[in-house]
Design a protein around this ligand. Structure first.
Ligand SMILES: Nc1ncnc2c1ncn2[C@@H]1O[C@H](COP(=O)(O)OP(=O)(O)OP(=O)(O)O)[C@@H](O)[C@H]1O
Length: 219
């Protein structure tokens, strides 16, 4: 569903992705880890078509939706109108399937998105992405600034969508423990390059990965 090879993306003279290769098969849930400034959001935005590569190839095998970093909702619109905009490309007008999954959004539907809490806004961004009926979902920092309980709840929804609907997921996370709990496979991006990839269980045993991202090896 995602096939990236030899990808180079630059901001002027600065190279943010340097010959990156990454693939996610249909129905897989794969994590992308890396420190601040590694290039993770640049990759997410390139997959979503918001940035143009300098070179390399990006192939997406279906409809891709991005939950961008920092809950980018339309603050002056209601929750219902935010969801309606999410359904603009797919033609989905009825948000009831999203309300079934995220009942809190139904309760908030008439509220202005800009006055909601950070966690509620993240839920709106999640719902908006689902309204586009994606085959593949790229989530840029699900857990950023969220209480652990809400993170766990949204993560649970992701797993459910992956298992029941076969939604393909690329989960970009700073919280490696969460990512390793949810995903089978992961990539580690550092300074614009993929420096490690493989099964999460193996990466968790890699002292360099464990030391940098897990605060020591998992037992
Ligand atoms: N619009 C931009 N113009 C110039 N440089 C940029 C721009 N956006 C990002 N960069 C730079 O590109 C590099 C990668 O940034 P990116 O946001 O992709 O990293 P990230 O891994 O998502 O970081 P974080 O975890 O902090 O969000 C950084 O050095 C950043 O300063």
């Amino acid at each position: 569903m995602i096939d990236v090879s030899d990808l180079v993306v630059s901001y002027g003279a600065a190279t943010a992705l340097d010959h990156v290769a990454l693939s996610v098969a249909r129905g897989e849930m794969v994590a992308l880890l890396g420190p601040n400034g590694a290039g993770k959001s640049t990759l997410a935005n390139t997959l979503a078509g918001l940035l143009t590569p300098a070179s390399g190839t990006v192939r997406i095998g279906g409809r891709l939706a991005l939950i961008p970093e920092g809950r980018q909702v339309f603050p002056d619109l209601s929750v219902a109108d935010n969801l309606a905009l999410g359904g603009w490309r797919s033609g989905l007008r009825d948000p009831s399937s999203v309300y079934r999954l995220l009942p809190q959004l139904a309760e908030l539907s008439h509220r202005r998105a800009g006055v909601l809490s950070g966690g509620e806004q993240q839920m709106v961004a999640f719902g908006q992405a689902l309204m586009s009926r994606p085959d593949v979902l790229v989530v840029d920092e699900l857990s950023l600034g969220l209480a652990p309980l809400l993170t766990a709840k949204l993560a649970g929804h992701l797993v459910e969508l992956n298992r029941t609907l076969g939604l393909t997921v690329l989960l970009i996370e700073q919280n490696a423990r969460l990512a390793f709990d949810l995903c089978e496979r992961a990539y580690v991006l550092e300074s614009a390059r993929v420096v490690a990839e493989g099964a999460c269980a193996e990466l968790a045993d890699d002292p360099r990965v464990a030391g940098a991202y897990l605060g020591g090896a998992i037992t």
